[in-house]
Each structure stands twice: as C-alpha cells, then as structure tokens.
Design a protein around this ligand. Structure first.
Ligand code: ADE
Length: 225
C-alpha cells in the first residue's frame, strides 16, 4: 500500500511513521508513506497557500490551486483508490472503515489547517471525508496519522501472530478483556487464577465473558443495548 499525505506541516508527520510497527511495515516493504509539503505547490514566490475567507470571518482558508496542483501531479503518476480529506465535519471513523481502507492500494490523505480548505477542492478531488471524533484539533495531520496507522497495521504481514489485529478491541464489536503480565501478585492485587491455569479453553471463555462484560459496562451501544 502507498499512502500520500498532503500537508502544510510535514514535520508533524515524520515521527508517527518513524518508529515501531509503522517503521517495520515500511522496512518490510508492505507500506510506503510519502509526505508532500503544500508549500511546494504555492501560488507565488511568497510561498502563499492560504488566503482570507470570502464573505469575511476570522481565519485563513487553504487555497484550491496548490491542492489541485499537488493532487493532479500525484494522479498523473498512478491511480488512487481514494482521496480522503480529514475534517471534523467528515464521517465518524470506525474500525470497519479502517478494515475497508486496508484493502486499497493507493490512498491520498489531505490535511486541512486553519479554517479548512476551499470547498471547491472538496468538490473536485475528495472522494471521502473522515472525522476522527467530535472534537477539533489544530489541523488534519494528527488525524491523518491516526487513519494511516490504523490502516497500515491491518495489512497482512505487518503484525506478527502474537499481535494479530484480530484480537483488537472493536474487531468483533467488543472491547478487549483485561490483560496481565508478571508479577502474579502486586501490592495485594492478584492475577486471576484462571489465567495461570494453563487451561486454554477456559481462558478463552473467561476472556470472551470479560470482553462482553466490559463492553456492556463501558460501551453498551456496541452491543446494540
Ligand atoms: N481536523 C480537525 N479536527 C479534526 C477531526 N476531529 N477529525 C479529522 N480532522 C480534523
């Protein structure tokens, strides 16, 4: 999979892909992440990429021309499955959406900043719009990192068997059960006996029952309750 991220703050996106699972996915050749600085597509020598809002109002808007130039340049090189704009007024992001995107070959993630992007860029290029939650962050970059990470880790071969995504929270509409490691006893708190029993069938049943109980307590909406 190839992910192209268009941003006016590329530095914000270096670290999220330079460590741990994201770095390993790229080292294994299973994913590549390309950062594109919108300023490289500025409309003038002053490196302008944004301007005041028509109609008045506080805050700047990213201009359509730099976005068009950047996206058209990429689309001239290869076909893209999706051009995704990260925005708080997008469709709320879910594990199901991550699963769907993980099957794609080439994705463009477009990050807004300031007051967002000129509506015509959305009309012309954007195929889907994603919000990572009902709150506003300073730009689309951290949202793009969230989406790219959640998608890349689902590509077959990125996670080892032990860290398989199949046991993640949400993968079966359930939150994950509690987990423990050594020591078996800490300040009077004991690891549940069953987890030390070696009886894998009963351990599996216990985990499922804990997952259901935790989901019922914390996220009854996932159970349709
Ligand atoms: N940009 C600013 N806030 C955002 C959010 N909640 N989701 C996606 N992109 C955003």
């Amino acid at each position: 999979m190839r992910i192209d991220i268009i941003t006016c703050v590329p530095d914000l996106l270096v670290s999220p892909f330079a460590h741990s699972i994201m770095q390993r996915a790229q080292d294994k050749g299973l994913a590549t992440v390309h950062l594109h600085n919108l300023r490289d597509y500025a409309i003038n020598k002053q490196a302008q990429i944004d301007d005041y809002m028509f109609g008045g109002g506080a805050g700047m808007v990213l201009m359509v021309e730099p976005i068009a130039k950047c996206i058209r340049g990429l689309q001239a090189e290869r076909d893209y499955d999706e051009v995704i704009y990260l925005t708080p007024d997008g469709v709320p992001y879910t594990q199901a959406a991550a699963n769907r995107l993980s099957l794609k070959q080439n994705l463009i993630l477009l990050c807004g900043h300031y007051k967002g992007i000129d509506e015509r860029a959305r009309e012309l290029f954007v195929t889907s719009e994603i919000s990572i939650g009902d709150y506003v962050i300073s730009g689309g970059e951290l949202a793009a990192a969230v989406v790219a990470d959640s998608v890349i880790r689902l590509i077959p071969g990125v996670l080892s068997d032990e860290t398989s995504a199949l046991t993640d929270s949400f993968q079966d509409q359930l939150l994950s059960p509690p987990v423990y490691t050594r020591p078996a006893s800490f300040e009077g708190l004991e690891v549940p006996e069953i987890l030390r029993s070696g009886d894998h069938k009963r351990i599996g049943q216990w985990r499922e029952q804990q997952a259901i109980q935790r989901t019922r307590q914390r996220r009854p909406d996932l159970l349709g309750e």
